[in-house]
Design a protein around this ligand. Structure first.
Ligand SMILES: [Zn+2]
Length: 273
């Protein structure tokens, strides 16, 4: 399942390829994704418009057109985007094709159809659309003071807190374990018992782990350029996740595994307090 770093890599890969292209035609499989495909709206408000920006908010990719229409894409579990010559054969599970005037076509492929494609009209405010989402972990508003303020009212384990999209977006199960290990904080520690120093460590390690993951995925950008549409999800070399019973790479103690909120959680009792 794509996480924030994967979506950021897709975003960076597509941006130089899509900006400046003008939409010529839209085709769909006729099957619904997690949400109905905005096919008619895309035909009437999208065709003829030019892509001016490709950006990311949480795990959403936003393709901005010069008439302020925005295409909001979520990859779900198995969604993939690729740029193909429009006359090349479609693959199974290609659900949307956006053809550009230069003869290339952006295709959204999704085996399990948990992804979604939404269209925002110029009148629709993005901040309202994304109102339920917390701050971006790589931006300044995600700070130790912010987390300490939010965490003070919560007694839930800090790992669950960190994975709450209303607190911060884009930290999934695997990266939450990795970030807490790097920060030396137990995933079981109640959120309202963390010190300001610990929140600072969490902010720093969140950024460091996510940035390294984005850098690790940079090499997959070539896949968009050659239009294979197979970016392949990547992962950092994991230091604690999936390593239960093995020696901690930092202190040598044995990595433990527990379930938190139904999710496998890995941590070291030696160096995470
Ligand atoms: Zn350790």
């Amino acid at each position: 399942m794509p996480e924030l770093p994967e979506v950021e890599v897709v975003c960076r890969g597509l941006r130089p390829l899509l900006v400046g292209k003008t939409l010529a035609q839209v085709r769909t499989s006729g099957l619904s994704l997690r949400l109905p495909m905005p096919e008619a709206a895309l035909r009437c408000c999208g065709v003829g418009a030019t892509v001016v920006e490709v950006r990311r908010r949480a795990k959403y990719l936003i393709i901005v057109l010069d008439n302020q229409v925005r295409l909001v894409i979520h990859l779900g579990m198995t969604g993939r985007l690729g740029l193909f010559p429009a006359d090349s054969p479609l693959a199974a599970h290609d659900h949307l094709g956006v053809r550009f005037t230069d003869g290339l076509e952006l295709r959204f492929n999704d085996t399990r159809r948990f992804g979604s494609i939404q269209l925002l009209t110029p009148e629709q405010d993005e901040t309202v659309h994304f109102a339920a989402l917390g701050p971006e972990p790589l931006l300044e508003e995600f700070s130790a003071d912010y987390l300490a303020g939010k965490g003070a009212r919560r007694s839930q384990p800090v790992k669950n807190f960190l994975m709450d999209g209303r607190v911060v977006v884009g930290i999934g199960n695997i990266y939450a374990s990795e970030i807490l290990h790097e920060a030396g904080i137990s995933p079981l520690k109640p959120s309202n018992q963390l010190s300001l120093e610990e929140w600072k460590a969490l902010v720093n390690q969140s950024r460091s782990v996510l940035r390294r993951a984005i850098a690790a995925g940079g090499s997959t950008i070539a896949d968009f350029a050659n239009a294979s549409g197979r970016p392949g999800y990547f992962q950092l070399k994991l230091k604690v996740y999936g390593r239960s019973g093995k020696a901690c790479l930092r202190c040598g103690a044995m990595v433990a595994q527990v379930r938190l909120a139904g999710r496998s959680t890995f941590y070291c009792e030696g160096c995470q307090r």
